[in-house]
Design a binder for this molecule. Structure first.
Ligand code: HGY
Ligand code: MN
Ligand code: MN
Ligand code: MN
Length: 399
């Protein structure tokens, strides 16, 4: 028998309101920050808040907030996630945390609960960094973790800057807002296969980052240039990808090169330049640093042999996040001793945790896949997540 089928039914209904927005033919999602699809999701957020009598505010950084005020007091609990996706990402990564937050508010209201302190639902901007290249851009701006003028100058693949999209520089740090919250709770679909129960609690986020590497060589004709006369940056690029894979395996770390730009990108022209991005992650900071250094060293040596030049640029790095142990343990116990587990995925919770007691709830993902169309979560487990989030919000806003 499915869990509280009324809740499962409600979840299914609400989830269906979003599932067509930004969906690509392969079932993945194209929901880039401030794209028509993500703006439609922002509109959904505003309508969902209005339907619940929750006033919506924004922080001048693209983040939205909807508040269920508790007896006029300030502060309270912040909960939410993000709407944006990676290209062809899954349905759940981000939106599940926002939808669950509104449905948890509904559940608490149905049960006659009235918060002593406000409960605020947040939608953070550009968490994936899919458009402007810096992950958790909205929460980094809110907390002052990125300079607003640097953020404003970030450009997307069409050369449009964040400043162009905003029409002004983002507001930047809003300590007035952040200090007003007592805790941040982010519910998120699990991105892996470690969770064997419907819900779990996060212990930590692996340190991780993204490094752009630019390889300069010599463009030339594919047919008339002798192999011995070439300074082919594609060779250096390919070697770098293989070196990253090897060095990561040696350290039980994770290295991915999922994006490449080739100039001039023509079948019959030796590239003049190749630009790649290394996404590297490890269980601790020292291993991550060692991994990136090893890859850069081997790639530079290879460039010397290829007659090319390679340059690494750190685009966004996130130190290890160890969530508030007391809060994680308290929530895990509250939820019936659910597992507490680390994740290799970055989250706005990682950014907020430097400023607020922060915890994450994970909802089981039977495929374990994320950042791809086959990301999944069952309706029952999503309902379990909503129940769990409601319990946590009640616990943290009751007095
Ligand atoms: O890349 C990440 O780990 C997160 O999903 N932004
Ligand atoms: Mn993601
Ligand atoms: Mn996410
Ligand atoms: Mn996140």
């Amino acid at each position: 028998m499915s869990r509280d089928s009324a809740l499962v039914h409600t979840f299914r209904e609400v989830w269906a309101e979003l599932s067509g927005i930004g969906r690509a033919p392969d079932g993945g999602y194209l929901r880039f920050a401030w794209s028509p699809a993500e703006i439609a999701l922002r509109d959904w957020f505003k309508a969902a808040a209005a339907a619940r009598g929750m006033p919506v505010t924004h922080d001048g950084n693209g983040n939205l907030f909807a508040t269920w005020s508790g007896n006029g007091r300030s502060g309270g609990v912040l909960t939410g996630s993000h709407f944006d996706s990676v290209p062809h990402g899954g349905a759940f990564d981000g939106p599940l945390g926002i939808v669950s937050a509104f449905l948890a508010v509904d559940l608490l209201r149905e049960r006659g609960f009235r918060p002593a302190r406000p409960i605020t639902v947040a939608a953070f901007a550009e968490e994936e960094g899919s458009r402007f290249g810096v992950a958790c851009l909205g929460s980094r701006l809110l907390t002052g973790a990125i300079d607003p003028s640097r953020a404003a100058s970030l450009t997307d693949r069409d050369g449009l800057s964040l400043g162009d999209v905003f029409g002004a520089a983002p507001a930047g740090a809003r300590p007035d807002l952040v200090a007003g919250f007592d805790a941040y709770i982010e519910l998120h679909v699990e991105q892996g296969r470690a969770l064997t129960t419907p819900v779990g609690v996060a212990s930590a986020i692996w340190p991780h980052g993204r490094w752009r590497f630019d390889v300069e060589g010599e463009g030339n004709h594919a047919g008339t240039t002798l192999m011995s006369d070439r300074r082919d940056p594609m060779l250096t690029y390919a070697f770098t990808v293989l070196a990253a894979n090897k060095e990561a395996r040696l350290r039980d770390a994770h290295a991915t090169v999922g994006r490449v730009e080739v100039t001039p990108n023509a079948t019959n022209a030796i590239p003049a330049a190749v630009r790649g991005w290394l996404d590297a992650r490890a269980a601790d900071g020292a291993t991550l640093d060692e991994l990136v250094e090893a890859v850069a060293k081997k790639a530079t040596e290879r460039a010397g042999r290829d007659g090319t030049a390679i340059r690494f640029t750190a685009e966004s790095t996130t130190p290890e996040v160890r969530f508030d142990e007391g809060l994680a343990g308290r929530l895990a116990a509250l939820l019936g001793d659910v597992p507490i587990l680390p994740t290799g995925a970055g989250h706005d919770a990682g950014v907020l945790s430097a400023h607020l007691p922060t915890a994450m709830l994970f909802v089981r993902n039977p495929t374990g896949v994320s950042h791809a169309p086959t990301e999944a979560a069952t309706d029952d487990d999503c309902a379990a997540g909503i129940e769990a989030l409601a319990r946590v919000l009640e616990e943290l806003s009751a007095r």
